[in-house]
Design a protein around this ligand. Structure first.
Ligand SMILES: [Zn+2]
Length: 693
């Protein structure tokens, strides 16, 4: 699908399944975890909270839990995804069952797509025939201009591109859409993988993978071409901006006409590319990593045609591999699953089928699972069965309390001036909160799904998505839009000044309608506060109340904010989960600020929800303690080393052990709640604590 702008999502990456703790086992009316929503048996209450709060809240679980071999990580979050996956499995199996005669058109489409993925024998029989036409067109494109034009099919086919494109709300004129272009072309997760010696094994595995796929395609000189492709991408990586640089909202907003782009980055067939994207009449674009554009084009000009064709052939095969015969699927897993994530076993076919039809994790960054799916259609079937309306009501009430807490915090800030506060409060008021699923369902009725044509289904679904986004380019902005599907286990703060909580994240341990309120505030409230404060983090604060990119801060306020953020950054800069794998405080800054804001507001909102009554004490735990435990439990989980090494360079979210225990160190109430004192390893003196909101 098209990837419009998300300012910030709450989780990262891979979904997967645990082998225990199935949420479906909870008795009706009882919380899923423990007696009041916190799994005490998974904590390590004999350890010291001031020494390692993550361990205190999660230690026994961490000791006892092994990461399943088909997963790069394992966590309570994955238990949520597990339950969702089981439910989607049920929906898909039922929709193909002949005993379900009254299936709707949508159910038949979902069922047909699912069947086409499950028919492994047919997939083997077809071999590479489903991508033969794409490869033929590639062989016929013998000039750089012709090859650049093919890149315009990136949203509708398996072809790769040097420049990603998408359509989203214009950042300076929020009444209209803009066409955005950004750097692309790398097959590994980040430029660091090409440039840093510590990633040499992954880079070697990548080259091996390229030659494997080219051989499977019978591409001439596969070994030689693979080394050329890696050299080409290494040059692209050198010219690319880092992920931390890409977070600069001002530097990445560069509007220009198509003619200006042609003059600024000459020698690339921009018009041909736009024409193939169905945007031949486009006048204006916004480019992101401005200084990289002419450099990427220059590298492209200097690279032999044969190398570029091999690069394209490899990426077609890489993007299509999950839908092709086992030789492709296995090679794809060796690289993307094993070498890049440390996953040991491939997920079963039915699980991969669900990802293909329903869409995978939004933030995983892998094309499989975000491209060519029926995601919103599946979401409609899912929420109709599994999202109770009362959850929507309860979450909406929490949102009101969180917003009130934030308002009060802003009003009382001692470091922000009155004019900046005025704008901040105005912005806070304009946020719309979306819960569960979109008000308007996506119309898939014109989409043809063929149970015997998997690759065609993927292509046609991608084309339908792109037609949806490109078709409304000239029209008014659709404020009801959703980026994530309802079944997504994540939340986001988007370019419509909307904060969106899909049904998929509103499950235990994030939210359990039967859990104690303090636990729900610590987890769901923390997530809501996290998303709210994203509107005011290092990126979000550059957007004003109308949603436009504009600096509304006084210089003194901006300096005060940055100094406070830097204090928080210094805490995260200390974290080094594996030798040489350090948390990057700049890359993770926005998420760290949002986590601190989230826990701060969750605690305020919980206290306010008591309306002056004392918080109940449960199993000896005070209300404040339970808010902090609810937050820490939400992050309960562990990941493999390769996954974490990938995460610290490519993901704006810090590893979960830090997310679950660092915001607390900056909140005075946590010290009181758990009697943390000077000398404890987690202790920060009051003047060292980062206080932002
Ligand atoms: Zn976030």
């Amino acid at each position: 699908m098209s990837r419009p702008l998300v300012f910030a999502a709450v989780w990262f990456a891979f979904l997967g399944l645990p082998h225990s703790a199935c949420a479906a086992d909870a008795a009706p009316g009882k919380p899923l975890l423990g007696e009041w929503g916190f799994d005490l048996a998974g904590a390590d209450l004999n350890s010291s909270p001031g020494k390692d709060f993550f361990r205190y809240a999660n230690g026994t679980w961490l000791d006892k839990t092994e990461i399943p071999p088909d997963k790069p990580s394992y966590s309570l979050r994955l238990a949520m995804s597990d339950l969702t996956e089981q439910r989607l499995h049920e929906i898909m199996e039922q929709s193909v069952s002949p005993s379900t005669p009254a299936a709707s058109t949508l159910e038949r489409q979902v069922g047909g797509f699912y069947s086409s993925f499950m028919d492994a024998a047919a997939i083997e029989r077809l071999g590479t025939a489903p991508i033969a036409q794409a490869l033929k067109e590639l062989r016929q494109a013998t000039s750089r201009d012709a090859l650049a034009a093919l890149m315009g099919r990136n949203q509708t086919d398996f072809i790769s591109t040097l420049f990603n494109y998408n359509i989203d709300v214009d950042l300076k004129d929020t009444q209209r859409y803009s066409f955005y272009l950004s750097q692309a072309g790398l097959g590994l997760p980040d430029r660091d993988y090409y440039l840093k010696p510590s990633f040499a094994p992954q880079k070697a595995a990548y080259q091996h993978y390229i030659s494997t796929l080219l051989r499977l395609l019978n591409w001439p000189q596969a070994g030689q071409r693979a080394s050329e492709v890696v050299a080409f991408e290494t040059r692209l990586a050198q010219a690319s901006w880092s992920k931390a640089q890409q977070r600069d909202m001002v530097a990445t907003y560069n509007p220009m006409t198509v003619d200006q782009l042609q003059a600024y980055a000459p020698g690339f067939n921009w018009k041909g590319m736009l024409g193939q994207a169905g945007m031949a009449k486009l006048q204006r674009v916004v480019i992101a990593e401005k200084s990289a554009f002419p450099q990427l084009v220059a590298i492209y000009r200097q690279t032999p045609i044969a190398t570029i064709q091999a690069w394209h052939a490899f990426h077609i095969a890489d993007n299509a591999a999950p839908y092709l015969p086992a030789a492709f699927v296995d090679a794809h897993f060796e690289l993307h699953g094993k070498s890049l994530s440390g996953q040991q076993q491939q997920a079963l076919r039915w699980k991969r089928a669900i990802t293909a039809v329903s869409g995978g994790d939004f933030a995983a960054g892998e094309r499989f699972g975000t491209f060519g799916t029926l995601g919103f259609g599946v979401g409609e079937l899912y929420t109709a069965r599994y999202f109770p309306p009362e959850v929507k009501t309860q979450i909406e009430a929490m949102v009101v309390n969180l917003k009130a807490a934030y308002r009060l915090r802003i009003e009382n800030l001692d470091w922000m001036s009155a004019p900046t506060k005025r704008e901040a409060l105005q912005k806070l008021d304009t946020y719309t909160i979306k819960v569960g699923y979109p008000d308007r369902p996506r119309d898939y009725s014109a989409l043809r799904i063929d149970p015997h044509d998997l690759v065609g289904n993927v292509r046609r679904s991608a084309a339908a998505d792109w037609a949806f986004y490109s078709g409304r380019y000239a029209g008014p902005v659709d404020r009801s839009d959703w980026i994530m599907t309802p079944q997504t286990n994540d939340a986001y703060n988007g370019s419509l000044r909307d904060i969106v909580f899909p049904a998929g994240i509103l499950q235990a341990p994030i939210f359990d309608p039967h859990a104690d309120a303090a636990i729900n505030y610590g987890a769901a409230g923390g997530v809501i506060g996290h998303e709210l404060t994203h509107g005011f983090d290092d990126e979000g604060r550059t957007i004003d109340a109308s949603g436009a990119l504009r600096d509304w801060w006084t210089a003194a306020d901006a300096d005060a904010f940055k100094a406070r953020a830097a204090k928080l950054g210094a805490e995260y800069a200390q974290f080094e989960p594996y030798p040489g794998a350090k948390v990057n405080p700049d890359l993770t800054m926005g998420e760290n600020i949002a986590d601190l804001g989230g826990v701060t507001l969750a605690l305020d909102a919980y206290r306010a929800s008591l309306h002056g009554q004392p918080a109940p004490v449960l199993d000896g735990f005070s209300g404040d303690q339970r808010v902090f435990l609810g937050w820490a439990q939400a992050w309960r989980g562990k990941a493999r080393e390769d996954y974490i090494r990938n995460q610290v360079v490519s993901d704006p979210h810090a590893p979960r052990q830090y997310r679950g225990s660092t915001p607390e160190r900056n909140i005075d109430a946590w010290y009181e709640a758990f009697h943390v004192q000077a000398g404890d390893p987690l202790y920060l003196a009051p003047e060292q604590r980062a206080r932002i909101w």
